[in-house]
Design a protein around this ligand. Structure first.
Ligand code: PHE
Length: 343
């Protein structure tokens, strides 16, 4: 009995030290210890040499030993049922898989996200609205009554004549909807797709994307507008960028301006992108016209505000030096996959 005990202890230590971390090692373990010629069977045979009065005790010892070896084997088995299943199915699931092609973000989305996050820092919230609009929200409320000549500035796609349903020509219509809600002060940006009946070329398309901004509170001044846009441009293009404002006209703002930045392609030297002027126009802006405020039920004696609007395509083209705007909507993967995915 003593010999038997010593033998079993020795084998237990051996078994405990045995490494089973893959199918091959498990199979080797099974053959060595649990197989028909394995150690457990062999040592069971020792029962023959045990005297009858010790048989019960020896039987218990040997049984325990058998369970000890089986447990070691099945603990691996439980952890690797996939691997075993794959072996029996003739597949090796440990091989690396075929990677699924991952899409990349569209350059317009990347730049839109960047613009939105810059204005988020200044406390502007995102507001969205419908792409199919009525005449009131797209034109009339914005101080473009019927027959106003400025309506021609934006060639409109009409869906219906009476009542006039149209594809919005700018996201200013979203600003009207937000002002009508009557919650002031209001500080929003409105990103979204807009439509104009323009001939498609390298510089124009019949649909494009805008981000428009609106801030209405008491005592908002043109200085606030300029400071906001300076901040935006520096965050977007870096500290060295130069900015200028030119007087302009929009029916919904007074005074109105357009903002240019120094050309990113030639650094202001003059090139084909800036038409040799060194400057590129990136947005329109101004102080919200009192009539627009009144049209939305806002007291224009108490509140003032500024608004601005920019085309995302233009900014994306400048950021990535893209020369043809049609690339954005052609869905050529060779073009689309060149832009970063993060942001
Ligand atoms: N809505 C104008 C456009 O689409 C842009 C703009 C917005 C200009 C706000 C001034 C103020 O062209």
């Amino acid at each position: 009995m003593e010999n038997l005990r010593a033998l079993i202890d020795k084998y237990k230590i051996e078994i405990a030290a045995e490494a089973i971390s893959n199918v091959a090692e498990a199979e080797a373990f099974r053959i060595k210890y649990l197989g028909t010629k394995g150690l457990v069977k062999t040592i069971m045979g020792e029962m023959r040499n045990v005297i009858p009065e010790n048989k019960k005790e020896a039987g218990q010892l040997l049984n325990e030993f058998k369970i000890f070896a089986e447990e070691k084997f099945s603990s691996f088995n439980n952890n690797s049922s996939f691997e075993n299943a794959s072996v029996s199915a003739g597949i090796d699931l440990t091989l690396p898989g075929t990677a699924l092609p991952l899409g990349t973000r569209h350059p317009i989305s990347i730049i839109q996200n960047k613009i939105v996050s810059i204005f988020n820092k200044l406390g502007f919230a995102v507001a969205e609205g419908p792409e199919i609009e009525d005449d009131f929200h797209n034109f009339t409320a914005l101080n473009l009554p019927e027959d106003h000549p400025a309506r021609d500035m934006q060639d409109t796609f009409y869906l219906n004549e009476e009542p006039a349903w149209l594809l919005r020509t700018h996201t200013s219509s979203v600003q009207i909807r937000e002002m009508q809600k009557g919650k002031l002060p209001l500080r929003i940006i409105c990103p979204g797709r807009v439509y104009r009946n323009e001939t498609i070329s390298a510089r124009a398309h019949c649909f494009f994307n805008q981000v428009e901004g609106l801030y209405i509170a008491e005592n908002v001044s043109f200085a606030d507008l300029k400071q906001t846009l300076y901040f935006f441009v520096k965050e977007m293009f870096g500290e060295d960028i130069k900015v200028r404002f030119r007087p302009s006209y929009f029916p919904f703002t007074e005074p109105s301006a357009e903002m240019d930045i120094s050309c990113l392609i030639c650094g202001g030297e003059g090139c084909s992108v800036c038409k040799k002027t060194g400057w590129v126009e990136i947005l329109g802006c101004g102080m919200v016209h009192p009539k627009v405020l009144e049209n939305c039920g806002i007291d224009s004696n108490k509140y003032t505000g500024f608004a601005f609007g920019m085309g995302i395509e233009r900014i994306t083209m400048l950021s990535y030096q893209i020369k043809d705007l049609r690339l954005f909507s052609e869905n050529d993967i060779r073009f689309l996959k060149q832009f970063e995915t993060a942001l």
